[in-house]
Design a protein around this ligand. Structure first.
Ligand code: UDX
Length: 430
């Protein structure tokens, strides 16, 4: 089938390549000429494990093309996926200006029956709005359907998630459109749930809110574990064995970041507020996540007392491993607080490069863990990059001034680190 993906950001480009892999002809459309030029020249503008392989393969075979020609792209395609960003406004609500612009363009150029699929995460009711925006801009009698088909892929494992989805949610009021969208995914043999567009929109928000709740829950338990001298890893393991709870998203640490959880929780809270339904549990989930990075600073101060003039190394800048995405990364509130308290900060990340203006001259980035930890009083692990497990921690300790190691992701073996000579502490784990 001829598919158009509007918005060649992270979700759009990943979706385009996955559909190409599933045997469809795909066009990626964006207004950003530079991005489209780069994509056509074979340059992927973000890092995602395994995606470059699909990118080169399908670009070379001509299964995927990138363009800025809105009119031609819309006219040529039968199914149009909207994958543009929906960032938060200052009040937490979702900013729908890009979605509206795209919908109006579709209305303007639509030339025969098309299915418009919304993959961007949008508040409940926006599918209906998109239908209205298209209808308002349309000058002919051509029919179209709007379907909600939210995306659940995780950065770092987007390809695996897209090829092995737990479920595909199709929110549609038209049998014809439902059939067309289901067919796109046919070869995946995945479970498909068909529901209304509004319910599909809420499934996405509710899923992310629930996962974030699990994380904030385990982070609170971890704080209690610290006081009770109990290992949170064992609590999570014991809880996770209960099928009703499940083992996932029970990893305690410095909190969740990324482009989805923080943004989606804000948008859901905004929707609820507008409807006069206070979601106090989710408000607390957000609060806990905001204070969680500072919990590590508290631990650091317990060990070093004053942070002024202390040299601290932060390992990991991305919001999670296997991605170069730093949006809402928990490393940043930690770095900011260290600077506020007068510490000198050294950082390392396997792929993220801090821009020069980010923290002015207060932070120094190093190429290797060995360089970043030279002569530091303490190390804080913010991202669980697997290479931090393989680091020669004995050698690191020899070259440090102090011996404090705070593991914000509970990724190292506490016993081993203590045997080496570190004053090691995780979150609810020591
Ligand atoms: C998330 C959802 O998982 C995905 O379904 C949705 O479509 C987009 O948002 P993503 O943001 O890529 O995906 O990452 P995810 O793996 O969910 O992790 C989010 C954050 O939570 C990361 O900062 C991670 O470190 C943190 N996390 C995750 C924990 O702190 N503990 C856990 O147990 C799991």
């Amino acid at each position: 089938m001829n598919i158009l993906i509007i918005g060649t950001g992270y979700v759009g480009t990943s979706t385009a390549l996955v559909f190409a892999e599933l045997g469809h002809k795909v066009i990626g459309l964006d207004t950003d000429i530079r991005k489209i030029d780069e994509l056509n020249r074979g340059k992927l503008h973000f890092y995602e494990k395994g995606l470059d392989h699909l990118f080169y393969k399908h670009l070379e075979k001509g299964n995927v093309q990138f363009t800025t020609d809105t009119e031609q792209a819309i006219k040529k395609s039968k199914v149009i996926f909207i994958c543009v960003g929906t960032p938060n406004n200052d009040d937490g609500s979702a900013n729908l200006q890009f979605v509206e612009q795209v919908a109006r363009n579709i209305g303007h150029f639509i030339n025969n029956y098309k299915v418009i699929v919304i993959k961007s995460t949008v508040p409940v009711g926006v599918s209906e709005k998109v239908r209205e925006w298209i209808a308002e801009s349309k000058k002919n009698k051509v029919r179209f359907d709007v379907v909600s088909n939210p995306e659940f892929l995780r950065e770092g494992s987007a390809l695996w998630d897209a090829m092995h989805p737990d479920r595909i949610v199709i929110g549609s009021r038209s049998e014809k459109a439902t059939l067309i969208v289901s067919k796109l995914y046919q070869s995946l043999n995945a479970l498909i749930i068909v529901t209304t567009p509004q319910a599909a929109e809420l499934i996405k928000y509710a899923s992310n809110a629930f996962l974030a709740t699990k994380i904030s829950f385990i982070n609170e338990m971890a704080k209690l574990c610290d006081k009770l001298d109990i290992n949170i890893l064992q609590i999570a393991e014991g809880m996770g064995m209960d099928h009703r709870i499940g083992p996932y998203f029970l990893e305690a640490g410095i909190g969740y970041g990324g482009s989805c959880f923080p943004k989606d929780l804000n948008a859901l809270l905004d929707t609820a507020k507008r409807k006069g339904v206070p979601l106090s549990l989710l408000e607390k989930v957000v609060d806990i996540n905001q204070t969680q990075p500072l919990y590590v600073i508290e631990k650091l101060k317990n060990k070093l007392r004053l942070l002024k003039k202390k040299r601290i190394c932060v390992l990991g800048l991305s919001f999670k491993p296997e991605t170069d995405d730093t949006r809402e990364s928990r490393a940043f509130p930690i770095i900011r607080e260290l600077i506020n308290q007068g510490a000198e900060v050294a950082v390392h990340d396997p792929i993220v490069q801090l821009s020069d203006d980010m923290f002015q001259s207060s932070v120094k980035q190093f190429e290797t863990e060995q360089q970043a930890t030279q002569k530091v009083d303490a190390v804080i692990i913010c991202t669980n990059w697997s290479q931090y497990i393989r680091v020669d921690w004995k050698e690191i300790l020899i070259n440090m001034s102090g011996n404090v190691l705070l593991d914000g992701r509970n990724m190292l073996n506490a016993q081993e680190m203590k045997e080496i000579g570190f004053d090691y502490e995780g979150v609810g784990y020591k």
